[in-house]
Write a protein that binds this ligand. Structure first.
Ligand SMILES: O=C(O)CCC(=O)C(=O)O
Ligand SMILES: [Fe+2]
Ligand SMILES: [Zn+2]
Length: 281
C-alpha cells in the first residue's frame, strides 16, 4: 500500500524529531551546547523516564537538571550480623533461592520480560495492581492475566516461610551505564502491606536504610531476600545508591495490598488470591 501524504508527513516529522533527540543527546556533554536551553526545552528533548527531581545518566546536567534529591549525610553502620536490626524490622534471608534456581530465574527474566524505562535509570516490568497514589485509587489493569509461572516457586516459598500472600511482582533492572539507582523512599503506605520484599539477583549490591541518626548499609548477594517491616517499613527510608550498582543487577520487589485497601477492594484480592493466577510463557 502506498503511504498517503499524512503518513509520509508523520514519518518525516518523527524522523526529524528523532534526529533532533539524537543530536541533543550528543550535546549533553558538549561544550558547544547552547547555554540558553530552558527547562521546558530540556523536558522535551529528554529521552528517559525521570520525573520531578529524579535523574539518571541520560538526563543529569549540572546547569539545567542537577540532582537535587536531598540525602542527609549520616554516619554509616555496617551491621555486625543479620539479626542486629531485626527488632526494628530488618530481616535478611540469605540464599532464599539456590544458585541453580537463581541462574535459571535470571535467564528466564532476561529472555522473556519486556522491560520499560522507569525513573532514575531503572527499567521495570510490573505484574499486579496499578495504583494512583495521590488519588488513592487502585485497579487491576485489563491486561493482567497473572504472574509469570516461573515465579510460582518464589511466591509459594514466601507463603511457606513468611505467611506472605503475593499481590504484586515487580521486576527491576539496574545498569551502571544508565546511572540506575533508587532514591531514598518509603513504599506507599496506603496501597501496600506491612512487609516489603526485595529479592536480589545477578550481582551484589548494598541496600541503604536511613533513620534520623544513621545509615545502615546491608550487603545483598545473589539470591538474598530482604524483608522490611515495622520501623524499617514505615519510618526508615531505603535506597540503592548509584555507587552501589557496579554491575548489571536485577531485583524482584514483591508486595501485598494493605489491609485498608483489601477491605475496600475485596474483588481485586479475590482475583489475586483465589487462586493465585499464573500464565505460562
Ligand atoms: O532494588 C531494590 O532492591 C529496591 C527496590 C525498591 O525499593 C522498590 O521497588 O520499592
Ligand atoms: Fe522500595
Ligand atoms: Zn533520566
Amino acid at each position: 500500500m502506498e503511504p498517503n501524504k499524512n503518513t509520509t508527513k508523520i514519518i518525516a516529522g518523527a524522523a526529524i524529531i528523532g534526529l533532533g533527540i539524537a543530536a541533543c543527546n550528543h550535546f549533553l556533554d558538549d561544550p558547544r551546547k547552547p547555554k540558553t536551553t530552558s527547562k521546558t526545552v530540556w523536558k522535551n528533548i529528554k529521552t528517559c523516564a525521570c520525573k520531578g527531581r529524579r535523574t539518571c545518566a541520560l538526563c543529569i546536567n549540572p546547569e539545567i537538571n542537577p540532582d537535587t534529591v536531598a540525602r542527609p549525610v549520616l554516619p554509616t553502620i555496617i551491621p555486625k550480623n543479620d539479626e542486629e536490626f531485626l527488632d526494628q524490622g530488618v530481616q535478611v534471608f540469605r540464599n532464599f533461592i539456590t544458585t541453580e534456581e537463581h541462574d535459571k530465574l535470571v535467564k528466564l527474566i532476561l529472555q522473556n520480560e519486556k522491560f520499560v524505562d522507569s525513573q532514575s535509570g531503572r527499567k521495570k516490568v510490573d505484574y499486579g495492581p496499578r495504583v494512583n497514589f495521590r488519588q488513592k485509587k487502585i485497579k487491576l489493569p485489563p491486561t493482567f492475566i497473572g504472574f509469570p509461572s516461573y515465579t510460582k516457586f518464589i511466591i509459594d516459598r514466601l507463603y511457606e516461610k513468611c505467611n506472605f500472600k503475593t499481590h504484586e511482582v515487580l521486576f527491576l533492572e539496574y545498569e551502571p551505564e544508565r546511572g540506575a539507582h533508587i532514591d531514598p523512599h518509603l513504599d506507599d503506605k496506603w496501597a501496600w502491606g506491612e512487609q516489603i520484599i526485595n529479592l536480589n539477583l545477578l550481582s551484589s549490591t548494598v541496600l541503604t536504610l536511613a533513620n534520623s541518626k544513621n545509615e545502615i548499609a546491608v550487603t545483598l548477594n545473589c539470591g538474598d531476600l530482604m524483608v522490611l517491616t515495622k520501623e524499617a517499613r514505615h519510618v526508615w527510608t531505603h535506597e540503592i545508591k548509584q555507587e552501589h550498582i557496579t554491575e548489571h543487577r536485577l531485583c524482584i520487589t514483591v508486595r501485598d495490598i494493605s489491609k485498608e485497601v483489601q477491605e475496600l477492594r475485596p474483588d481485586i484480592v479475590k482475583q489475586l488470591e483465589d487462586p493465585t493466577p499464573y500464565f505460562d510463557l
